[in-house]
Design a binder for this molecule. Structure first.
Ligand SMILES: [Zn+2]
Length: 348
């Protein structure tokens, strides 16, 4: 048996014929194994969905109760039999409930890591290295220029700015699943204990994180709060909201944006971001290459992002590597390509 007999890229996504399932399919399929709740990976309309309980819950929050014909919750490190394969979920460290999916058949183990990061995150289970024969990696920040600084240091910049400009409202653009909650948790770890305000589009998912036991301190909806009361406060909002008319309800708003893309100054300027915060939920170049090396995989398949540099790096290390050319990922992901996020803003 070869790896290709186990997992194959198809128009619907990565397909495992032996097991009768797809991983993160972009089209409706009979049986979907889903790595995490971001909308480019977790779509509605499948027959059966297998995922961690948080991922299933987030899909339910976003798409409603009938998002799939049926569901099966799988715990981390639980192994299930699907057709002629076994499938095990391992933490991916990307957002709450995110999982890498290890598929085994004929003595070969392939790990589809979905989106992942090896940096610490107080809001989710830490990334775990899974030794394997073939490692399937994302490459969102797959260029040597991307080296994410310590996220706590970036949040310190935000708090220093709040202290320096007590008359201004600080608006922090952050994607509503994962990034927003991580930023809030980091703000709390830094010792800031005043209420933090939320844009309406953030509320459901953030309350879900709180209900899951993640301490985020006192959170208030920003809707209905008088303008003057927002001086010196912090509000989390979808990135699109921080550049539109919505900001008029704030006194002298100062716009921050928490994203790995803030490493690129031109991107921050383009969006009128006054305070770029380089905080990403994806592995940076060092994280990607260290992870690939540590898995011990002899073969690497690279999905969405900057595939070329990572494929080249693998080959220089003597690893077989190729881009998978899957389509449909990244365009809606919470940290990829900086989408306008209009749908998120519209929820508010
Ligand atoms: Zn993601």
């Amino acid at each position: 048996m070869r790896p290709h007999d186990i997992l194959m890229p198809t128009a619907a996504g990565l397909c495992c014929r032996l097991g009768g399932f797809h991983i993160d399919p972009v089209r409706p399929v009979d049986r979907a194994v889903i790595t995490h709740g971001h909308s480019d990976h977790a779509r509605a309309g499948h027959g059966t969905v297998l995922a961690t309980q948080p991922t299933l819950d987030m899909m339910r929050l976003r798409y409603g109760d009938n998002f799939a014909g049926s569901t099966q919750a799988v715990a981390y490190r639980e192994t299930i039999r699907l057709g002629d394969t076994t499938v095990t979920f391992h933490p991916a460290g990307h957002v709450l409930g995110s999982a890498q999916v290890a598929v085994e058949a004929g003595g070969i183990r392939i790990v589809a890591s979905g989106d992942y990061k090896d940096a610490p995150d107080p809001t989710c289970t830490p990334f775990e290295i899974v030794s394997c024969d073939v490692f399937i990696t994302e490459a969102t920040f797959g260029l040597p220029v991307f080296r994410h600084p310590d996220a706590a240091g970036e949040v310190r910049k935000l708090l220093d700015s709040v202290a320096l400009f007590p008359e201004r409202a600080h608006l922090v653009g952050a994607y509503s699943l994962g990034k927003a909650q991580r930023v809030i948790a980091l703000i709390r770890q830094a010792g800031y204990d005043a209420p933090i305000y939320l844009h309406g589009a953030m509320e459901k998912i953030t309350h879900y994180y709180q209900a899951s036991g993640i301490a985020l301190g006192e959170l208030r909806p920003v809707k209905g709060v008088k303008k003057a009361e927002l001086a010196g406060t912090i509000t989390l909002a979808p990135p699109s909201a921080t550049s539109d008319l919505w900001t008029r309800r704030f006194p002298d708003p100062l716009t921050a944006f928490a994203s790995g893309w803030m490493r690129v100054r031109a991107r921050a300027r383009q969006r009128g971001v006054e305070l770029p915060l380089v905080i990403s939920d994806h592995a940076d170049w060092d994280g990607l290459t260290a992870t690939i090396a540590t898995t011990g995989a002899g073969e690497v398949w690279v999905t969405h992002g900057q595939e070329d540099a990572l494929v080249h790096w693998c080959r220089t290390k003597g690893l077989a590597a190729r881009p998978l050319d899957l389509v449909g990922y990244g365009d809606e992901d919470e940290d990829v390509g900086m989408p306008t996020g209009e749908s998120e803003a519209a929820e508010a």
